[in-house]
Write a protein that binds this ligand. Structure first.
Ligand SMILES: [Zn+2]
Length: 277
């Protein structure tokens, strides 16, 4: 049987580590499960990303963090300062830095990689971008998901930065911001209706919808997190902490321990103390 513990950490592309940390942070807070230990990261920017994406400072992580000993000191200091602020702050990716680590890290975060089979989460969120064929996308989503709530809002550049903290390249970021903030978006809170074991990964579902409606790299019509940590972070950000807490208690609380075990395995939490796997 494929359990969380059979996941060799080496199988993971480094870009998935911050997403596992985000899942761990969100679910520790939401479930109240008692956790401890230290998450082993590939870069200090991994922890900053999880912190910024969640809007949660390091003090509330519920787990310690350790970056590789060979990490650049400047980056360790800067990332720590940004993620211990309340709320966490963002480095200006366009500004000159004394080293190239942050840009290298951002490039890695946005590079294609082998997909991960994340533990299932029934709740998710779809953000239908300005100018997208909304009813067509809703019809497609309703084949697999129940729409729990619809929220209309106009995004600001603070929102776009929170959704994509790792985006880099001044021209790309400017084009993205003008696309996403020009008109209201529709946020759908969704519940997966498929039987357990019948889930096509959200990444595949999203790709299929984008293909069906015709999308290019920037104007891709639909934002939909493909991992549980980002789904929870986006629900909190776009619908509010209270709504997330209520939905989580109702639909997700029962399987929190299994997902936390998966994250802990992926993050190497406790691996130094126990080799009993
Ligand atoms: Zn550096």
């Amino acid at each position: 049987m494929m359990s969380a513990n059979t996941w060799a950490r080496e199988q993971w592309s480094a870009k998935h580590i911050p997403k596992a940390l985000l899942g761990h942070v969100m679910e520790t807070l939401l479930s109240g499960e008692d956790t401890a230990g230290t998450a082993r990261l590939a870069s200090p920017w991994d922890a900053w990303w999880a912190s910024y994406r969640a809007g949660i400072s390091l003090a509330h992580f519920g787990v310690g963090i350790a970056a590789p000993i060979r990490s650049c000191t400047t980056c360790a200091v800067d990332a720590l300062a940004l993620m211990t602020s309340t709320p966490p702050c963002h480095p200006d990716l366009a500004e000159a830095r004394p080293c190239g680590c942050l840009l290298e890290w951002a490039v890695r975060m946005r590079a294609p990689s082998v997909p991960v089979s994340w533990p299932p989460l029934s709740l998710t969120v779809a953000l239908i971008k300005p100018g997208a064929p909304g009813s067509q996308i809703r019809d497609q989503l309703e084949r697999t998901h129940k729409v729990l709530r619809i929220i209309r809002r106009t995004l600001t550049t603070d929102d776009t930065r929170r959704l994509y903290p790792e985006a880099y390249g001044a021209d790309y970021v400017a084009a993205r911001d003008s696309y996403l903030t020009r008109a209201p978006v529709e946020v759908l809170l969704l519940l997966d209706q498929r039987a357990h074991g019948d889930e096509t990964a959200i990444a595949d579902l999203k790709a299929r919808i984008r293909r069906a409606i015709g999308a290019d790299e920037l104007h891709n019509h639909l934002h939909m997190p493909d991992n549980p940590g980002e789904a929870l972070a986006d629900i909190a950000h776009l619908a509010g902490n209270e709504t997330l807490a209520e939905l989580y208690e109702r639909y997700e609380r029962d399987h929190a321990a299994e997902r936390l075990a998966f994250y802990r395995s992926a993050l190497g939490v406790g691996a130094a103390d126990s080799h009993s796997d």
